[in-house]
Write a protein that binds this ligand. Structure first.
Ligand SMILES: Nc1ncnc2c1ncn2[C@@H]1O[C@H](COP(=O)(O)OP(=O)(O)O)[C@@H](O)[C@H]1O
Ligand SMILES: [Mg+2]
Length: 242
């Protein structure tokens, strides 16, 4: 298995303004993008750009979508690597694979998204690996992060921040948390999604206490059902009239 087989190059054009984000988080992300348009000037003062971002929290609340939006806003390629596909009992090999991916991202100055980043902690549960070896892998990851070219951007995403080593957490210059949306925020999201359909298909029973991804699935499911219901009713009327 080649490491390149595990990397996904994503080209979906997500727009940051289309995502529901907390105002302070949106500001932080816009700040990160703004820095990137003045990199040379910042470097002249010896100042590195923010290049390590951690997105953590509930599933379906926009971590992957945020990474896509950032890459699109920067006009950079997005490389996605799911850590659960790379981590193996052969820790030395895992470290080598990670190095290859980091090197490629640095070289191409692209956005590297490591999904399921907490998998790095899973190593603790691999029984036949010794503690020293695991420590070495964490150290090599820290080293890769420290030497990562700041013209590239590393984004790590996890649903389980508590599993991540504090020494690694410290390396992220920006951390953004994602939570299940409050009802008012979801209502806003429902309005946006439903505005794409004619009025008569918009009265769906709304669900709350769920993620954006689940709300979206719910909308699509209900709207489709309403459309089909109408088509079938129209057919019945037609048949009656004939
Ligand atoms: N904050 C959000 N604002 C708007 N849409 C969202 C948001 N979060 C999730 N979605 C919708 O749900 C889909 C899946 O979300 P995703 O970013 O993959 O979640 P995560 O990576 O946190 O599990 C997105 O492609 C988008 O359609
Ligand atoms: Mg995701």
């Amino acid at each position: 298995m080649q490491i390149s087989d595990l990397i996904i190059i994503d080209k979906e054009e997500v727009k940051l303004e289309e995502l529901q984000l907390e105002l302070s988080d949106r500001k932080s992300l816009l700040g990160l993008l703004r820095e990137r348009s003045h990199l040379d000037q910042l470097h002249r003062y010896g100042l590195p750009a923010t290049s390590k971002l951690l997105l953590h929290g509930s599933s379906g609340c926009g971590k992957t979508a945020t990474a896509k939006a950032i890459a699109a806003a920067l006009g950079k390629k997005l490389m996605i690597l799911n850590l659960s596909n790379v981590i193996s009992a052969r820790i030395g090999e895992t470290a080598q694979h990670l190095k290859l991916v980091f090197d490629q991202a640095s070289r191409e100055k692209c956005v590297l998204l490591l999904e399921e980043f907490d998998q790095i902690a899973k190593l603790r549960s691999i029984e036949d690996s010794d503690v020293g070896e695991m420590r070495r892998l964490v150290n090599s990851l820290i080293q890769l992060m420290d030497y990562f070219d700041d013209r590239a951007l590393l984004i790590c995403a996890t649903n389980h921040i508590a599993f991540i080593d504090p020494a690694i957490l410290r390396r992220f210059q920006l951390k953004i948390g994602y939570r299940l949306p409050m009802p008012l925020v979801l209502d806003d999201y429902y309005e946006k999604l439903l505005s794409a359909y004619p009025e008569q298909f918009r009265s769906i029973g709304r669900r709350y206490g769920i993620s954006f991804a689940e709300a979206r699935d719910h909308v699509l499911y209900r709207v489709k059902a309403l459309i089909i219901e109408q088509i079938e009713n129209d057919l019945i009327c037609e048949q009656k009239n004939n």
